[in-house]
Design a protein around this ligand. Structure first.
Ligand code: BG6
Length: 467
């Protein structure tokens, strides 16, 4: 791994949505912290110039996190613009001039995946790829075969150590804490297995719909958009063995073994839903079969996790916005006192977004003569989300050449291997009302007495006991 810092930051898709929502705020934040000292070069095809790009960045920052006039002034002075078509070699010749001899540029491909190959080829033809790194957005491909092809194309110009596949969930503080909490606490290890864990749930609920991204969403759907990447990465962090060593690849090796142990999903393991009204969104087909909700039942075929169902659910237009993990433990073997088995079984709850909390659900005796209990929740950590924007953290890592929080080639392919059998229309799509928890079929897919746990709007709320 090269540890040289990048000496120019180039982002393709400078006038696009991702730059607007994530890249400008991350750059401003890095400048504000004094972590960033290199030229910034935006590349895009448009009829606008550098002044318009600066104005767009200013507008973006006002909407996403706030404008810091001092940092923005520095940002504006560093910003340059290359206007051109990605299919034209002239664009890359122009870029080379603007790079002005930078020997370790970082290229961020914030562009549609079908343009990746063209841009990588253009960079190579203009000799811009030497000593460079490339950051690639998700979804990385559309399925296993296209991900493999994309890896092949990238490797023609970049070694694996120069490729940074972003999954912004890995840059989230609460996701990092999930990993830390698991391996920093010895009390967890004896119960972190199929002897004590009954099931694990991961819910990623969003109140928003597709918000003007209808055309993009039609190409992906919930499984490609968030299950293949964010959700499976979270499950890998929950199920992996401890990394052996501090080498950045130690973590990725351990995660890779967990991803590799996930059993490919079968059509019976998935329920797809679509919120009523989705087909009226701009860019969406009137008979679209694309899912805006997906729930899956996953198995991790290891000694530790054999027989434990992992339920994963992700949906748009849900009643709350929250990503939460619930590890539910088995109940005590005997009803020694009344009501022991009536309430909620013990659980560990990790709220990953938008706020952070780690909480332990338990039963405690209610005051009084009777030996009857109630559900209580012990909060281990509770706070307001990220200290640092995930994109700020990840771009900073890429600039320093630290690959730990990026998805490796084998990782991205393993994750596609899990979802590949359920992509497309192999299962029906069920309509659900906006502001609900998805189609009823999602509840029916649960095994035995399992039920979905719905994240509460307030992180501290104790789970409501099941009937
Ligand atoms: C993105 C998806 O990767 O993650 C979006 O493309 C989704 O559809 C977003 O809304 C959610 O991210 P966060 O950080 O807001 O939970």
């Amino acid at each position: 791994m090269t540890t040289l810092n990048s000496d120019a930051f180039v982002f393709f898709g400078a006038t696009g949505d991702l730059a607007y929502k994530q890249i400008f705020p991350a750059l401003q934040a890095m400048i504000r912290r004094g972590h960033f000292d290199m030229p910034i070069i935006g590349v895009a095809r448009s009829d606008k110039g550098i002044d318009e790009l600066r104005a767009r960045a200013r507008e973006s920052l006002k909407k996403h996190g706030g404008l810091d006039s001092g940092a923005f002034e520095v940002f504006s002075a560093k910003l340059q613009y290359v206007n051109g078509d990605y299919g034209s070699q002239q664009t890359f010749r122009d870029l080379r001039k603007v790079l002005d001899g930078a020997s370790h540029p970082l290229y961020y491909l914030a562009i549609p995946p079908d343009m990746f190959a063209t841009v990588v080829q253009g960079l190579a033809n203009a000799d811009c790829d030497k000593g460079a790194r490339v950051v690639v957005e998700k979804p990385f491909g559309r399925d296993l075969a296209s991900a493999q092809e994309l890896n092949r194309i990238l490797h023609q110009s970049f070694p694996e150590s120069g490729i940074f596949r972003i999954d912004h969930y890995l840059g989230k503080e609460p996701v990092q804490n999930l990993l830390y909490f698991r391996f920093a606490n010895s009390f967890l290890e004896p119960v972190w297995n199929n002897n004590y864990v009954r099931s694990v749930q991961v819910t990623m609920a969003e109140t928003l719909g597709v918000e003007g991204r209808g055309a993009f969403y039609e190409e992906v759907g919930a499984i490609r958009d968030v299950v293949q990447n964010h959700m499976l990465e979270v499950v890998a962090l929950l199920t992996m063995e401890a990394p052996t060593g501090r080498d950045p690849d130690a973590l990725r090796d351990a995660k890779q073994r967990a991803l590799g142990a996930m059993r490919p999903l079968a059509p019976d393991d998935v329920v797809r839903g679509q919120f009523r009204g989705y087909r009226k969104e701009d860019g969406v087909a009137s008979d679209s079969q694309v899912e805006t909700f997906a729930s899956v039942r996953l198995h991790v075929d290891t000694w530790r996790w054999a027989g434990v169902p992992f339920y994963i659910r992700a949906g748009k237009r849900m009643p709350v916005t929250a990503t939460e993990v619930l590890v539910e433990f088995k109940r005590p073997p005997q009803e020694v006192f009344d009501t022991i088995t009536q309430g909620q079984a013990n659980y560990l709850r990790f709220r990953l977004s938008p706020n952070v909390s780690i909480a332990l659900g338990a039963r405690a005796k209610m005051p009084g003569e009777a030996m009857v209990g109630e559900d209580v929740e012990l909060t281990v950590r509770s706070g307001s989300g990220d200290e640092m924007l995930p994109y700020e953290r990840l771009l900073g890592d890429a600039i320093r050449g630290d690959p730990q929080l990026f998805v490796r080639e084998d990782g991205v392919e393993a994750a596609w291997g899990v979802v590949d059998p359920i992509l497309g229309n192999v299962t029906p799509v069920h309509e659900y009302e906006a502001n609900t928890w998805g189609p009823a079929e999602a509840e029916q897919m649960m095994s035995g007495d399992d039920h979905w746990h719905n994240p509460q709007p307030i992180s501290e709320t104790i789970l409501v006991a099941k009937e």
